[in-house]
Design a protein around this ligand. Structure first.
Ligand code: ADP
Ligand code: MG
Length: 560
């Protein structure tokens, strides 16, 4: 009798990913997944090899945010898996769909704690940080494991999913016929979840009573890709809007209804606030005073019912996906039913004008050395002609200033530290943004933030990606140390030539200390499409401790 044709776990994983359109893997190779990475690449999956799993994981998560398909990160067992966990947790926190696939050691040895190579109970370690976690123990279950991981990652509120593949499963053989029947092509992985008609009516009724309505757009709104309906709703009702940082560009920042330059005024005075894919978390001061008024009423559109009332009572919860919800709002909207008062719109416009004039003074100054404002104005002017460019942004002051100064005109083009305020996302996000879109990326990085993942410059150069990294070099976390003093806890080398690092990998380095050179180098870099790093020297005294969130530092009860 002829033996049946055999396949193995490696092939089945690749087949399952391909069958479901997961065509890109971000990872770091090693035991026991090296052959999986090789096979995936040989079978036409794009493979991006990183220098650290955390960056690969961040890349996968932002790929998920940009594409609505789970981004896939592949790591080795034990420490490689643990390195990927920060990214998995960050994805879950930010509602980005990703799947962390890690190889793992021998179950029997791990469970008896007999000391295997890279021994750790990965499944249980991952659980608190993941939306869901699965382990595949039999090769014939690989199809189910991948299908469940995909559904868990993208359905409902998206998040990070852990998929544990034991070395044994990867190497196990199984006959081709059984294998073929075991694979699952997931049908409708993120089913639409239209809101109930009553909830939409309740929300519209509340908005009708409003004199000072305000819409807050969060990254959930950006993720949902409902750009046109959101814009139509805002423009038809004339309600001013405030974008959270990653929601910038759903409507252009220069839109007349943007209240961004009058943020505190708008939040403080609004009588009805409509949250669209934004949580009332610390980034919105939990909806509490002194920023917010006690009497503000809320409409909240969110896919997660449990999000409602998490910080403030929500008078009109709308539970559903934002795409279906916005369509329902437009359908039920009666002409002129919602009327923001003239005083409200005028008040915001005047406040905006005042703040913009105040900011213009800082932006137009050209001090030597450069400070955050002057350097970012130079970058802003170059980017204003390049709406195609993705902007990645992290740091403390570098983040705060850039968020306010760099206008966005296209949705999902600004990628930043998100819900956690995490550092070390920069290079991973930049690599994935470029890989997924084919567009150029400018990563605006604090010198401290850049240090977490700077070695990924080699990855950028190896794949020849059009990523321009601008390091705001002020010689420290927040700010630099006084010259000649020993390093403080926040000090970094002010004389560091970050531009030389990329030169070591064959990329282009620039060292600039004035705005004219900064503009020229950024312009040249974008024209060339070459991997570039601009070491942008700014005043070491320019930064403030913890940037705009200084108040989050605990104060000693001893100081009066
Ligand atoms: P931001 O930080 O920009 O304010 P958050 O991450 O706090 O945004 O909020 C995003 C919200 O969007 C989350 O509560 C999440 O449940 C929700 N969300 C994500 N995707 C969708 C979607 N497709 N439809 C509806 N809500 C969504
Ligand atoms: Mg710094």
């Amino acid at each position: 009798m002829a033996l049946p044709d055999l396949t193995d776990g490696f092939h089945l994983v690749v087949d399952a990913l391909k069958l479901n359109g997961l065509d890109t893997i971000y990872g770091v190779a090693g035991i026991p997944i090296t052959d999986l990475a090789r096979l995936a690449q040989a079978e036409g999956i794009r493979y991006f090899g990183f220098r650290h799993e955390q960056s690969a994981g961040h890349a996968a998560s932002i790929a998920g945010y940009l594409t609505q398909k789970p981004g896939v990160c592949l790591t080795v067992s034990g420490p490689g898996f643990l390195n990927g966990l920060v990214a998995l947790a960050n994805a879950t926190t930010n509602c980005f769909p990703m799947i962390l696939i890690s190889g793992s050691s021998d179950r029997a040895i791990v469970d008896l704690q007999q000391g295997d190579y890279e021994e750790i109970d990965q499944l249980n370690a991952a659980k608190p940080f993941a939306k869901a976690a699965f382990r595949v123990n039999n090769p014939e279950d690989i199809g189910v494991g991948v299908a469940r991981a995909i559904r868990a990652a993208v359905s409902g509120r998206p998040g990070g999913v852990y998929l544990d593949l034991t070395a044994k499963v990867l190497g196990s053989t199984i006959d081709v016929e059984t294998a073929r029947h075991s694979l699952i092509k997931v049908v409708d992985p993120a089913p639409s979840q239209p809101p109930s008609p009553q909830s939409v009516r309740r929300a519209l009724d509340l908005l009708k009573t409003a004199k000072r309505p305000l819409i807050i757009l969060g990254k959930g709104a950006a993720y949902a890709q409902a750009d046109q309906d959101i814009r139509t709703f805002i423009e038809t009702t004339g309600i001013p809007f405030l974008p959270m940082s990653m929601a910038k560009g759903i409507l252009p920042d220069t839109h007349p209804l943007s209240a961004a330059a009058a943020r505190s005024f708008a939040i403080g005075q609004a009588d009805v606030v409509m949250l669209i894919g934004a949580r009332l978390n610390w980034l919105l001061s939990h909806g509490k005073s002194p920023l917010w008024s006690e009497s503000t009423q809320y409409v909240q559109i969110d896919i997660s019912a449990a999000e409602m009332d998490s910080n403030r009572p929500i008078a009109a919860p709308v539970v559903g996906d934002i795409k279906s919800s916005m369509a329902a709002f437009l359908e039920s909207l009666e002409p002129n039913a919602i009327q923001p008062s003239y005083e409200w719109l005028e008040g915001i416009t005047q406040k905006k004008q005042k703040n913009i004039e105040k900011m213009a003074v800082r932006l137009n100054a050209d001090p030597n050395p450069m400070n955050f404002s002057s350097a970012l104005r130079a970058i802003r002017d170059v980017l204003s002609n390049r709406p195609d460019v993705y902007v990645v942004n992290e740091g403390a002051n570098t983040l705060d200033f850039a968020r306010n100064i760099i206008d966005m005109s296209e949705p999902r083009r600004r990628l930043d530290t998100g819900t956690w305020g995490i550092m070390g996302i920069g290079m991973g996000y930049a690599i994935a943004a470029s890989a997924e879109s084919g567009q150029p990326v400018v990563a605006i990085e604090g010198d401290s933030a850049f240090g977490f993942d700077g070695m990924e410059l080699e990855t950028i150069c190896r794949y020849h990606l059009p990523v321009v990294t601008v390091v705001f070099n002020n010689g420290g976390i927040y700010r630099g140390d006084p010259e000649g003093s020993p390093p403080s806890p926040t000090g970094l080398l002010a004389t560091a030539r970050y531009d030389k690092i990329i030169e070591a990998f064959g990329g282009r380095g620039y060292h600039v200390s004035d705005t004219a050179s900064l503009s020229r180098s950024l312009y040249e870099a974008l024209e060339s499409g070459e991997p570039t790093l601009i070491n942008c020297v700014i005043d070491p005294t320019a930064g403030t401790e913890s940037g705009h969130i200084q108040g989050l530092n605990p104060k000693s009860g001893l100081t009066k």
